[in-house]
Design a protein around this ligand. Structure first.
Ligand SMILES: [Zn+2]
Length: 91
């Protein structure tokens, strides 16, 4: 399982919202309660880069993640570029 940031747009009230979940699952509109909205876009958050002080930390959400991302630290880098290189080399 991976971790996703899902983007939704309600078919009834036309408002938008986002939700983080372990799949591209349907959600209920937080504004009007309209059910079973499918995300129109999804961003994978399985590997993310967090800025922590002067370091950039690469975090990874393991396959076992279900109700929260359960991020594990893969490495710390002096710049975002180094972190991106690390992710690129890994994937
Ligand atoms: Zn709605």
């Amino acid at each position: 399982m991976a971790w996703f940031l899902n983007f939704y747009k309600c078919a009834r009230c036309r408002r938008r919202w986002t939700d983080e979940w372990s799949c591209m699952c349907d959600d209920e509109c937080p504004h009007c309660g309209f059910r079973d909205m499918t995300p129109y876009e999804s961003e994978e958050l399985t590997t993310i880069i967090e800025e922590e002080g002067k370091e950039f930390v690469v975090l990874w959400s393991p396959e076992t993640a279900e109700h929260n991302p359960d991020y594990r630290e893969l490495g710390r880098f002096p710049s975002r570029e180094n972190a991106l290189e690390f992710i690129g080399a890994d994937g």
